[in-house]
Design a protein around this ligand. Structure first.
Ligand SMILES: N[C@@H](CCC(=O)N[C@@H](CS)C(=O)NCC(=O)O)C(=O)O
Length: 206
């Protein structure tokens, strides 16, 4: 199994697939492509005609889009979604909401693991989206959203890193800290710290 990802510092969508593989303990070969540089797009297109990371490749089949990758992993390892159908529907709703929503948070609080921008980016629309996420996390069963780490947690892992960068306070600190304390999350953060590239379009407040 191969997983193609972008820069650890910036690529929020890549983290979703990567952290799920790591927590599941699935062995995989990682190919990292530094995004938005000369040749970056061509490099991604070698793996996926959609031209976006993450991309998972297994036995000659390409799975692109983070949520599709999580669904594939969940079919191989059922533990990624709750066993109860109603809880599973709720976990899927939460995940779909993250996948297609929160545009203001994405625009004004882009992922930048290495930086700290306390208090920045808080437009009224961003604050509304933060309140919504806070409400979802407030209902976490513990330690993760539905007990053990699952696909919904993978979907929200990049938000934990955004909140760390912009120093957003949440009601359910235990959930935030449980995600941050995952060895896989710490490994991702350490990798982001080591990366050399700096993509100016994501360095928002300099
Ligand atoms: N819906 C896609 C979005 C993926 C996406 O936007 N990836 C960004 C990086 S975080 C990307 O590949 N950007 C590179 C480019 O557009 O050239 C998913 O969930 O996988």
């Amino acid at each position: 199994m191969i997983l193609v990802i972008g820069n650890r510092n910036y690529s929020s969508w890549s983290l979703r697939a990567w952290i799920a593989l790591k927590v599941l303990g699935v062995p995989f070969e990682e190919k990292r492509i530094a995004l938005y540089g000369p040749g970056s797009k061509q490099a991604i297109l070698q793996y996926s005609p959609a031209g976006k990371v993450p991309v998972l490749i297994e036995d000659g089949t390409t799975v692109w889009d983070s949520l599709a990758i999580l669904e594939y992993l969940a079919e191989k390892q059922r533990s990624l979604w709750p066993a109860d159908p109603l809880l599973r529907a709720r976990a899927r709703s939460i995940s779909a909401e993250m996948h297609s929503g929160f545009p203001n948070l994405r625009n004004h609080m882009s992922m930048n693991v290495r930086k700290r921008y306390p208090g920045k980016g808080r437009t009224p629309e961003v604050l509304q989206e933060i309140r919504r996420i806070d409400g979802i996390w407030a209902q976490a069963k513990g330690p993760f959203l539905f007990g053990p780490f699952g696909a919904a947690d993978a979907m929200y892992a990049p938000v934990v890193l955004r909140f760390r960068t912009y120093e957003v306070k949440v009601s359910n600190k235990a959930y935030y800290e449980a995600v941050l304390a995952l060895p896989a999350m710490q490994e991702w953060i350490a990798g982001a710290e080591r990366e050399a590239e700096s993509i100016s379009k994501f360095e928002m407040y300099e």
